[in-house]
Design a binder for this molecule. Structure first.
Ligand code: PEP
Ligand code: MN
Length: 337
């Protein structure tokens, strides 16, 4: 349920509404727009009457959220959520590009990748230290050493870092290094993990599950928001379909749908969405044209030697060329890069 305050509501009016909500043992989330303040009510509101708030001074209307995801919905918060990470704003007019290798492999590899993506104009460095691999015999990531190398790459380039966390008991460790915690597609419905990242004050990049619906993605985001962490970035990274030519089918529809249903920033991942480097540039452009707030792109100094996802990784020169093309495209859709 949300309480929409009148444009002229005073801070005292808003405070009285907040106190009334709290008197029922419920929490509040305040959204401040240009004209209006919206008091979102957190918790189980099924026993609340709308009239309780409708009669209060400064209240314009009271709306019950009909969607199963509440805090994630645009009904709850009509204004876009903008997440700031070390000066980079995600969800605002500027597109945000997160780029780097699939896995952190060595000091020289991550530093080379970091400098290359920074030079090309990327805003955030990606790289996995804990890798969810289909085979237990595949490279599982460098673990803490990988996190330390990422921190060194951040130091060297100034780029904030996003990296995956796979288990609830590793959240506090990964938090010591990462600027954004990534929840991988395979863990999108790992509810204990979602609850654990809901307890920290660190932005979370939540990737859509391999076979998850848009609603399931939003329900997973809701787990994190319900814990009190309001900084969630949604990522469309392709889903399983009957098509096998590409690794996954990037669901371009999901981008405008998520923007419509939710206030959270949405990014596209054409690397995992296609599995083929030749398709990364055209699908990246499609994501931007469809309204994505940014992209996640795998870039490797030497893709043929990559320990994971080499076939979908761009060489630095190709990434730089794509960034140039995206700059022109961004302007055409009223964004900047
Ligand atoms: C990754 O980002 O390297 C990754 C493992 O992605 P996903 O969880 O989308 O497969
Ligand atoms: Mn990968």
């Amino acid at each position: 349920m949300i309480v929409v305050m009148k444009p002229g509501a005073t801070p005292d009016d808003i405070q009285r509404v907040i106190e009334r909500v709290q008197s029922f043992g419920l929490g509040v989330h305040i959204s401040t727009g240009e004209l209006r303040t919206i008091v979102g009510i957190l918790g189980n509101t099924s026993g609340l009457e709308r009239s309780t708030f409708e009669v209060m001074e400064g209240v314009e209307s009271v709306v019950r959220i009909t969607r199963p995801y509440k805090v994630a919905s645009r009904e709850f918060k009509p204004f876009d959520t903008v997440i700031e990470v070390r000066g980079v704003r995600i969800g605002g007019p500027g597109l945000v590009v997160m780029a780097g290798p699939c896995s952190v492999e060595s000091r020289s590899q991550i530093l080379e990748a970091a400098h290359a993506v920074k030079e090309a104009g990327a805003h955030i460095l990606r790289g996995g230290a804990y890798k969810p691999r289909t085979s237990p015999y595949s490279f599982q990531g460098l673990g803490v050493e990988g996190l330390e190398l990422l921190a060194e790459a951040r130091e060297a380039t100034g780029l904030p870092i996003v990296t995956e966390v796979m288990s609830p008991d590793e959240v506090s460790l990964v938090c010591q290094y990462a600027d954004i915690l990534q929840i991988g597609a395979r863990n999108m419905q790992n509810y204990r993990l979602l609850q654990a990242v809901g307890q920290v004050q660190k932005p979370v990049l939540l990737k859509r599950g391999l076979s998850s619906t848009i609603q399931e993605l939003l329900m997973s985001a809701e787990y994190i928001l319900a814990g009190g962490n309001y900084e969630v970035i949604l990522c469309e990274r392709g889903i399983r379909t009957f098509e096998t030519y590409t690794r996954n089918t990037l669901d371009i529809n999901a981008i405008p749908v998520l923007k419509q249903l939710s206030h959270l920033p949405v990014i596209g991942d054409p690397s995992h969405g296609t599995g083929k480097w030749e398709l990364v540039a055209p699908v990246a452009k499609a994501c931007v044209a469809a309204g994505a707030d940014g992209l996640m792109i795998e870039v490797h100094p030497n893709p043929e030697l990559a320990w994971s996802d080499g076939s979908q990784s761009l060489r630095p020169e190709r990434f730089a060329a794509l960034m140039q093309e995206l700059t022109a495209l961004a302007a055409a859709v009223g964004r900047s890069l």
